[in-house]
Design a protein around this ligand. Sequence first.
Ligand code: MEV
Length: 439
Amino acid sequence: MKNIAGYSKLSKEEKIDWLVANYLNNDLEAKSELISYWHRDLNTQKVLDEFSENTITNYFFPYSIAPNFLINGDYYCLPMAIEESSVVAAMSNAAKFWSTRGGFKTEILGTTKIGQVHFIYKGDEAQLKADFQIIKAQLLEGSKYISFNMEQRGGGVKDIELIDMTQYEDGYFQLKASFDTCDSMGANFINTCLEEYASTLKEIVGKNPKYGTVKVILAIVSNYTPDCLARATVECKVEELGSFGDISAEEFAEKVRIAVKIAEVDPHRATTHNKGIYNGVDAMIIATGNDFRAVEACGHTYAARNGRYGSLTHCTVENGIFKFWIDLPLAVGTVGGLTQLHPLVKRSLQILGDPNAEQLMMFCAVAGLAQNFAALKAMTTVGIQQGHMKMHLLNILNHYNATEEEKEYALVYFKDKIVSFTTTRVMLEQFRSAKKEVK
Ligand code: MEV
């Protein structure tokens, strides 16, 4: 395989040509396929191209709507960008289920974001600690010009602490700063503040002989934001849950409670359980132009905050009440980043009623809770495969190049049968040979 210097300097067409010539067997169909995914409006395409580097085309993903979410007394449609077929159906199912049982209730438990300057200090540590309040005032003063606008919007820097980490590495200290970034996710603002703190710190310490030396190792936002937290809850009387085939409401409530308990104590199960939660959360995070890697990384750390990785949702069945809730750390924004640039992100936010960051946090927490409830409901009653494979049927049919007529037939045929690649292939073979015979 070939390598190339200066790929980023080529035009988009040249980039495609080089790729096709060297990695796609000079296949002109591959070239026109790549080009066929360009947006027809060249201005929009340019905006999309400029989100990234070395862009050659767009990668398509389904964009779906999960309707009928009753949240704090109002109905919402949740926009979702996800490729897993059963996820949106599961969301809609949970939305419908809870809409007749009081809906979802949400609250914000905190909005604090964190950034750190990690540095090595060689000198009188007691002096550094003793003077930290004076140093902190200088750090805050030195970064005022950066935080001014954020302060006008009601946010800014909340505090800076000096953390002694010398037990882990000789001379290792941190500045741990907390921020309120209002409706923006805030990573850029936080990183700019942190780099300013780093240079002010070096200056203060470097110029004063009573201190030692500071070597800044790195200054960066922390994606772990346990105090930027949304809670979503559903609850109803156990009997209102209704029965599921031969499973009574009481039995269902108990099974769900134990299923959540299992995820609380067993990391193997917890990982899959939380993965299901992020099926809902990530789909909304992507649809609203937020950073799903940051949100997921944070959630998994939060799930392990007590020393063992466990469930992000919780369930109690007490005094005849079934209660199911999630506490989810979510550092998201509704201004800045892609939010005003990506056409479908703008549309997603409009669909959600142009929420502020706190409202978006609540919608995402609801999506996670709904997704987890739907998965647990399926698994504790009929099993996951019935719904999953029914939803996957269209993918399998497309894999075998099924016609529209074959798809229609298959949807009826599989109503009371188990879907798999083999059963679908056999069904198609039978259908196709029966058709040949008729001809
Ligand atoms: C599949 O994408 C998600 C589930 O595995 C989640 C779970 O097991 O809770 C169904």
